[in-house]
Design a protein around this ligand. Structure first.
Ligand SMILES: Nc1ncnc2c1ncn2[C@@H]1O[C@H](COP(=O)(O)OP(=O)(O)OP(=O)(O)O)[C@@H](O)[C@H]1O
Ligand SMILES: [Mg+2]
Length: 301
C-alpha cells in the first residue's frame, strides 16, 4: 500500500501535570490523510485537537512519534503548511493587508509589490474585507474580522496543507456560510489538503470527505474515521435531504454524547492506535452490486 500524503505515526503527547507527575493527552495515535482530502476532526474540549494540529504544523514537537508530509519528516514550520489558529494570531503591529502580504511576499519573492498587494486584497475580499478596513490594525478589528484576516492570510499562500483550528468559531451564521462556500471553492479548484478542527457537526458534514472522531482525554484516541457518503457539490439546504445525512449525523451525535466518554481514559497497549473506518450508506444499493464509492471530490466546473 502506498504511503498517504500526510502520515501521522505513533504520536504521543504528555505534559507535566503541575504536581510532579505527567498527563498523557494521547498515545500512539496513527492515521493518514490522502492528497487533496478534506478531513475534519471532532472531539470534546481538551482532548488534544489543537495539540495534534500544532504538531502537524511543525510548531510543536510531540513527546514521541513522527509526522511525515510527502515522505519527509515535519520538523518545523513551512510555507507549505498554512495555519489558521484558534486565537487568530495576527501580527499586531501590521495592518490587515500587511498581515496577508507578509506571507505572499515570502512565498513569491519574484512578484512586484503591486502584484503581491492585488493578490492579498483579492483574498481579503473573498472573506468580505474590502476598502479602508484592510488598513486597520488587528486591535481595531472585531473578533470575527480578525478571524477572517487570518483565513485570508492562510489561503492566499496556497499551501499544500491547510490546517484550520475552529476557523469560523467567531463568525456570525451568515458570514460563516459565505466563507465556508469560499473555502470549498478554493479547495475544490486545487490539490490542497485540508485538516480542520470544528465543534460544529453540521459544518463538518457539509465540508469533509471524512470526519475523525476523538475520545475524551487523558489517553484520548482518534477512534473512528467516518466517511461522508454524500456526493459533492454539496449545498447546506440540500444535504439534509440526502438519505445518508441523518444516519451520519446521528452517529456523530451518539459518539460525542456517549461513546467518546465510554472509550475515554483507557490506557492502550503498545499497539498503533488507528481509527476504525465507518461507512454509513442508506441509499439502497442492490445486494449484488459492487459498492463503488460515490464521487466525493468536488469538481471544478
Ligand atoms: N503547554 C501545555 N502544558 C500542559 N498542558 C497542556 C499544554 N498545552 C495543552 N495542554 C493540555 O493538553 C490537553 C489538550 O489540549 P488542546 O489544546 O490540544 O485541546 P483541544 O482538543 O484543542 O481543546 P479545545 O476544543 O478546547 O480547543 C488539555 O488538557 C490541555 O490542558
Ligand atoms: Mg483547541
Amino acid at each position: 500500500m502506498s504511503k498517504p500524503f500526510l502520515s501521522i505515526e505513533r504520536l504521543t503527547q504528555t505534559y507535566p501535570d503541575g504536581q510532579g507527575g505527567s498527563t498523557t493527552v494521547f498515545e500512539n495515535a496513527s492515521f493518514g490523510i490522502e492528497k487533496g482530502e478534506f478531513v475534519c476532526i471532532l472531539g470534546h474540549s481538551g482532548c488534544g485537537k489543537s495539540t495534534i494540529m500544532n504538531i502537524l504544523a511543525g510548531l510543536a514537537e510531540p513527546t514521541s512519534g513522527v509526522v511525515k508530509m510527502d515522505g519527509l519528516e515535519v520538523s518545523g514550520p513551512s510555507l507549505d503548511r498554512g495555519v489558521v489558529f484558534q486565537n487568530y494570531s495576527l501580527l499586531p503591529w501590521l495592518s490587515a493587508l500587511k498581515n496577508v502580504t507578509f506571507g505572499v511576499k515570502a512565498r513569491h519573492p519574484d512578484w512586484s509589490r503591486e502584484k503581491v498587494e492585488a493578490h492579498a486584497r483579492d483574498f481579503l475580499a473573498k472573506v468580505g474585507l474590502e476598502g479602508d478596513v484592510v488598513h486597520r490594525k488587528p486591535s481595531q478589528l472585531s473578533g470575527g474580522m480578525r478571524q477572517r484576516v487570518s483565513i485570508a492570510r492562510a489561503f492566499a499562500n496556497h499551501p499544500k496543507l491547510l490546517l484550520l483550528d475552529e476557523p469560523f468559531g467567531a463568525l456570525d451564521a451568515l458570514t460563516r456560510g459565505t466563507i465556508q462556500e469560499e473555502l470549498l471553492k478554493i479547495w475544490s479548484g486545487t490539490e490542497q489538503t485540508v485538516f480542520m478542527i470544528t465543534h460544529d457537526i453540521d459544518e463538518a458534514i457539509l465540508l469533509a470527505d471524512r470526519i475523525l472522531l476523538m475520545t475524551n482525554g487523558p489517553f484520548a484516541r482518534v477512534a473512528e474515521s467516518v466517511e461522508i457518503t454524500i456526493p459533492r457539490p454539496r449545498k447546506r439546504t440540500e444535504i439534509v435531504e440526502h438519505p445518508n445525512y441523518y444516519a451520519i449525523r446521528n452517529h456523530l451525535v451518539q459518539f460525542l454524547g456517549h461513546r467518546s466518554k465510554e472509550l475515554a481514559g483507557k490506557q492502550s497497549d503498545d499497539a498503533d492506535q488507528r481509527p476504525e473506518t465507518v461507512r454509513l450508506e442508506k441509499t439502497g444499493q442492490a445486494e449484488d452490486e459492487p459498492s463503488a464509492p460515490p464521487p466525493l471530490r468536488a469538481v471544478n466546473d
